[in-house]
Design a protein around this ligand. Sequence first.
Ligand code: NAD
Ligand code: DAU
Length: 355
Amino acid sequence: MILVTGGAGFIGSNFVLDWLAGTDEAVINLDALTYAGNRENLASLENDARHVFVHGSIADGALVASLLKQYQPRAVINFAAESHVDRSIHGPEDFIQTNIVGTFHLLEAVRAYWSGLDEPAKQDFRFLHVSTDEVYGSLSKHAPAFTEEHRYEPNSPYSASKAASDHLVRSYHHTYGLPVLTTNCSNNYGPYHFPEKLIPLMIVNALAGKSLPVYGDGQQIRDWLYVKDHCSAIRRVLQAGRCGEVYNVGGWNEKPNIDIVHTVCQLLDEARPRADGKSYREQIITVTDRPGHDRRYAIDAGKIERELGWKPAETFETGIRKTVNWYLDNQAWVANVQSGSYRDWVEKNYAERAA
Ligand code: NAD
Ligand code: DAU
């Protein structure tokens, strides 16, 4: 079996669902159920004996050690993190605690477990750390996309904390020989994406008749990947990646934010036209920019394509259509995630941004 951390979040839950759809190898899912963790994402696995959910933190070394001892996983895949850049600007401390200190405690527990395995199990074991392209900083308009050799230049407390965790993971390989793999992926989108992030926020706000807040001039570029393609890349790296190596994951889909918002509006105009016959575009407003906002991310996915033969299955056009339809078909999920704490966050992040 495998141990997944953060498997009740956006990418982690997609990963667990896809994993169990493709294999009978069981999953231990350790998740602290922060505001971003949602057991509803895993509702279809409720009576599935292949999925063991454990409510707890990666920072709890004793808990992680006991899970490793009890279940003897052949791999640990670390999704657990604080993941939202705007929240890291309002309050960086949780990011330091989870992304850096938490990853450290997880690594320590994994190192102790791995050291005690017999030689064949030791050889087969993998620790896969899921990271982000944001560790590489911001690109100018015509600069080449990030390769794995790009220097680390994190610009937000979020990306700095992820960069620190990447360095810790690297050091556990270099110093202790722990068989680690790191993936640095671009922006994901798809089902179960919490509506604090651009694409789900735009869909949810549009349908609720609320404004669609675009930061600054909306010309910041992100490189979008459908979440299930990220999951397939992680499975492939776990299967065939070389220990100690880093693999960039991306979909060759660079788009300015404003284009993303227009695409979402157009798809909603087709699928769920506004009662007044006008376009959802009418709801777009520009608001004060994110402090330190990175201008452009772009991933060079050449290494994972060449070495591991991985390619995304979705284009942006197919993936975004599936995503919009998923939100239209899952309005109960959308309603349930908009709790009091979600509303507090929206108030905190947007009230002070002058329209
Ligand atoms: P998310 O915020 O949706 O989910 C994070 C999950 O981790 C939640 O279920 C949360 O409860 C859990 N968690 C938080 N602290 C924990 C702790 N101390 N112990 C155990 N669980 C804890 O995040 P996501 O978007 O699914 O991202 C998952 C990972 O992928 C993160 O490491 C993130 O940095 C990385 N990543 C995300 C993207 C993206 O576009 N979303 C892109 C590249 C990389
Ligand atoms: O690049 C990978 C990263 O992508 C991941 O590591 C992060 O965990 C993930 O959250 C995401 O970070 P971003 O900051 O790029 O994602 P977000 O959805 O918050 O914002 C995408 C872009 O849209 C960014 O340029 C900011 C802008 N934006 C965002 C929000 C929430 C807006 O213009 N308006 C908004 O209301």
